[in-house]
Design a protein around this ligand. Structure first.
Ligand code: FE
Ligand code: FE
Length: 191
């Protein structure tokens, strides 16, 4: 953890991202910090995970595929069709290889930030939810409710986000990431 420094990473990311992606990134970082305060998680780790969650997002799609292939990352058919979906997997890879982050909990939170997964860690949930509710977000339905829920009942916030995400994608079932569905089923059952 002491080998990587948030200040330097911020500088690197600012160079690689367009303005709106960078703003989103900083929003997620501080929202992660707020949720970590609320739920008693390590602030530094939460901020680092939030800062790095979209580190592969601004890579052109063709390059995403190329880098993933070259490094033998598994690519599903859905990801091949929609390479932007690779940015979570690729982000975890780059965070480790390029930015020297070796904390597995942080790498996992980056890896699963787009779909969630069954049995998420606290940090997985913090990043997943922060990504959805950070202050710059304005398109998703139910944002005021979910923002409040995030600070009162983390799992309920998670379920609501998954539900709304599946609802959106529901019209084109081919594009529903199967992991999002698995995550939703897992948490819905656990209620
Ligand atoms: Fe993302
Ligand atoms: Fe994001």
């Amino acid at each position: 953890m002491d080998t990587v420094c948030i200040k330097d990473l911020k500088k690197d990311l600012k160079k690689e991202m367009d303005d709106s992606r960078y703003e989103h990134t900083i929003g997620v970082m501080y929202t992660c910090a707020a949720l970590a305060m609320r739920y008693g998680y390590d602030l530094e780790k939460a901020m680092l995970a939030g800062l790095m969650h979209d580190c592969a997002k601004c890579m052109p799609n063709a390059k995403k595929l190329k880098v993933a292939e070259k490094n033998h990352l598994e690519i599903s058919n859905l990801e091949r069709k929609n390479p932007f979906m690779l940015h979570a997997k690729l982000g975890a890879f780059l965070a480790r290889k390029k930015y020297d982050i070796d904390d597995e909990e942080i790498l996992d939170a980056i890896r699963w930030h787009t779909t969630g997964r069954p049995n998420m860690t606290l940090l997985d949930k913090i990043v997943y939810i922060a990504d959805y509710i950070e202050p710059k977000r304005d398109k998703a339905p139910n944002l005021p409710l979910i923002r409040q829920l995030a600070f009162t009942d983390l799992d309920q916030a998670l379920i609501k986000i998954l539900e709304d995400t599946l609802g959106y994608l529901g019209d084109s079932p081919d594009d529903v990431d199967y992991m999002t569905k698995m995550t939703y089923d897992y948490y819905k059952k656990g209620e």
